[in-house]
Design a protein around this ligand. Structure first.
Ligand SMILES: NC(=O)c1ccc[n+]([C@@H]2O[C@H](COP(=O)([O-])OP(=O)(O)OC[C@H]3O[C@@H](n4cnc5c(N)ncnc54)[C@H](O)[C@@H]3O)[C@@H](O)[C@H]2O)c1
Length: 260
């Protein structure tokens, strides 16, 4: 087991890549604190873990990562209960797409607050403990959108490019404390996030969902979307000692999208 008894804080665990990662990590022996704003989805993830890995320990906590004070309080509580945190997975994220001239400030604030500040707050409040422990691993969810431009995604792209920059800079700050910081950049992955993105795009263009789905599928070289578990496997690699000489790096799990 690659995460036996490791204390893991995983955000955005109620859905998609986060849920798949939580179930996968449970099978690898992790003790997990699963955070999300979606209580029902988070509790469903815990139920699925109980079904698929009955011996695994996992609890759900309701946390909005964009609220600095709540993140600080939650990390404090985890420390009190478990005594340490070994792995932080910053997976919570939101997408909003649209033409730049029509994109609302409110939507941009949401993207910045969750994707960028949420990732930063979780790091900020976990780092003092990682430094004290002289160990720790952070994995951030970036995106192909951090590497290349996507039509109608200027605001989302800017947050994910920010996550890549944050990952590299934190790697420098934390290497002296034996703390590694890396990211995973998924391409089109079959989750509720991507499906709602595609549905909106199809509605706006007055075309069928399947038409837009096919366009996204063809961005990768395999002509299909990734399954969330295919991304979770890269997250596990970076979270475990298998990647002990990696920091400040990004793994693209994009079916070759960026290689074009
Ligand atoms: N699906 C894709 O194609 C794709 C591609 C590239 C990157 N990503 C990134 O992967 C990560 C996971 O995405 P997904 O596709 O599984 O999306 P998803 O929408 O299925 O899951 C995201 C989860 O984050 C949670 N969340 C949203 N705001 C939150 C907040 N303020 N605090 C706590 N939790 C919050 C949601 O409730 C949800 O459970 C995101 O960071 C996303 O940007 C996804």
């Amino acid at each position: 087991m690659k995460l036996k008894n490791k204390i893991v804080l995983l955000t955005g665990a109620a859905s998609g890549i986060g849920r798949s990662t939580a179930i996968f990590f449970a099978k690898e022996g992790a003790i997990q604190i699963l955070a999300d704003i979606n209580q029902e989805g988070g509790e469903e993830t815990v139920k699925l873990i109980k079904k698929e890995a009955p011996d695994a320990k996992a609890e759900f906590i309701n946390l909005d990562v964009s609220k600095s004070g709540d993140v600080a309080e939650t990390i404090e509580k985890i420390l009190k209960k478990y005594g340490r945190i070994d792995v932080l997975i910053n997976n919570a994220g939101v997408v909003r797409v649209g033409l730049p001239e029509e994109f609302t400030e409110e939507d941009y604030d949401l993207l910045i607050n969750v994707n960028l500040k949420g990732t930063f707050f979780c790091c900020k409040y976990a780092i003092p403990y990682f430094k004290k422990q002289k160990s720790g691993v952070i994995v951030n969810l970036a995106s192909v959108a951090g590497h290349i431009g996507q039509v109608n995604h200027a605001n989302y792209c800017s947050t994910k490019a920010g996550v890549l920059g944050m990952t590299r800079a934190l790697a420098l700050d934390l290497a002296p404390f034996n703390v590694r910081v890396n990211s995973v950049s998924p391409g089109a992955t079959d989750t509720p996030m991507l499906r709602s993105d595609v549905a909106k795009n199809a509605r706006e263009r007055g075309v069928d969902f399947e038409v837009v789905k096919k366009e996204f599928e063809e961005e990768g070289l395999f002509g299909r979307w990734a399954k969330p578990i295919e991304v979770a496997k890269a997250i596990l690699f970076l979270a475990s000692d298998d990647s002990s000489y990696m920091t400040g790096a990004d793994i693209l799990v994009d079916g070759g999208w960026v290689a074009r």
